[in-house]
Design a protein around this ligand. Structure first.
Ligand code: UD1
Length: 385
């Protein structure tokens, strides 16, 4: 069997790592080998957004890099489809595996399906219900054309069946990103917080008092960082209120940095000595930050999930989520606050009063990659009857 797996952007790397390792384990055990090619579309290309994850998560070097880089959605998707189609015509794999909801996921699943190559989507069935979100469009289209839909939770399986997907194409496998978290948690926990801050500080090297409680911030969604009024209000809340309450550590995504500079908000943050700005962190450094933070304030989907498993209270700066299993009402650690400062202020005070216990939803157990590979290997027997 020949499989091509695709990655494009940062959140894909922790999802593909366990799958690559599972194929390696299969090949060392069985005579019938799987030929596996890893393709990086190059949507994320900085060392800090890409290469560092390959090294620290022990992902084999990509066999092919399409070097697509930055651009508008149309450019990224179009250029990826053109390059990936050429590669598929040369390699003609049995399966293309796509993960998550980034532009690479969409572009490569369409290119494969048009060549009648089977597509398997890992992390299928997530729905925010917000069609204005680029990732929601990517999820809807990818799931509509995939042959095998591997879901992280039963709500996602139910979403797919409700949309008319044949139930035999849907397999509940659990959350593959948690395989990576479980494997690397102990190593991350052993890291020195001060050293991470010292080595990644945007403002220059200085010692942070690691015994101090801190709020950890990450932002990158267009709905928060591309909207000038929303971003201005958030920055005012962070600099004028939150920073008086506790220290802030903000890991700055390239999109956020670009917009903060464009809206002339960058200096306001730089001048606040209660806010430490960090460059994008490696996987282990970010995990250590999450383990150590008093509260996380984020618009990332993956971090919502990690908070649920680690028990870190999480304010999600979005008005909806495709990951309802992470919300407090479903036993998770996260609460949706949008970017309304009144709501953020109220929920911030509320979650600090609560003791959020870490929970692992069903099948978020570190063994998802093995269930994914089994579902692919058993596809013929379950779907071609
Ligand atoms: C992408 C994904 C999003 C994911 C996020 C995580 C889509 C539609 N969005 O959003 O789902 O949560 O990644 O990071 O696929 N840039 C760099 N260096 C890089 C990559 C990007 O400087 O290595 C800059 C580029 O100038 C670009 C901006 O960051 O303009 C945004 O990158 P882009 O790939 O367009 O989307 P993200 O916002 O990162």
């Amino acid at each position: 069997m020949k499989i091509i797996s695709v990655v494009g952007a940062r959140p894909n790397f922790m999802k593909i790592a366990p799958f690559c390792h599972e194929i390696q384990a299969h090949n060392s055990k069985y005579v019938e080998k799987i030929t596996h090619l890893l393709v990086h579309t190059g949507q994320h290309y900085d060392d800090r957004m890409s290469e560092s994850f390959f090294k620290s998560l022990d992902i084999p070097n990509a066999d092919i890099n399409l070097n697509i880089g930055s651009g508008s959605h149309g450019e990224q998707v179009g250029l990826t489809m053109i390059a990936f189609e050429k590669l598929l015509l040369k390699e003609m794999p049995d399966w293309v595996i796509v993960v998550g909801d980034v532009n690479a996921t969409l572009a490569c699943s369409i290119a494969a399906k048009k060549l009648k190559i089977r597509v398997c989507h890992i992390e299928a069935g997530l729905r925010s219900g917000d069609i204005h979100m680029p990732e929601e469009i990517n999820r809807l289209v990818t799931d509509r054309i995939s042959d095998l839909l591997l879901t992280p939770d039963l709500m996602s399986s139910a979403n797919l069946v409700a949309e008319g997907v044949l139930p035999k194409k849907v397999v509940f496998v659990g959350n593959i990103m948690i395989d990576t978290l479980e494997k690397h948690k102990a190593k991350a926990d052993g890291l020195d917080l001060n050293e991470i801050i010292f080595n990644n500080n945007v403002k220059g090297k200085f010692i942070f008092n690691a015994d101090t409680e801190f709020a950890l911030i990450t932002l990158h969604r267009p709905s928060n960082v591309d909207d000038e009024v929303a971003l201005r209000n958030l920055v005012s809340f962070f600099t004028e209120e939150l920073s008086n309450d506790m220290q802030i550590i903000w890991t700055v995504h390239p999109r956020a940095e670009k917009q903060l500079r464009a809206f002339k908000l960058w200096d306001k943050i730089m001048l606040n000595d209660r806010i430490t700005l960090l460059h994008p962190l490696t996987y282990h450094d970010m995990l250590k930050m999450n383990i150590s933070a008093r509260i996380l304030i984020t618009d990332s989907g993956g971090l919502q999930e990690e908070c649920t498993v680690l028990g870190t209270p999480c304010l999600t700066l979005r008005s909806n989520t495709e990951r309802p299993v992470t919300l407090k009402e479903h036993g998770g650690a996260s609460v949706l606050v949008g970017n309304d400062i009144e709501i953020i202020r109220r929920e911030y005070r509320q979650v600090l009063k609560e003791n959020i216990l870490p929970i692992s939803p069903e099948f978020w157990d570190g063994k998802t990659a093995s269930r994914c590979l089994n579902a692919i290997l058993n596809y013929e027997s379950t779907n071609c009857l």
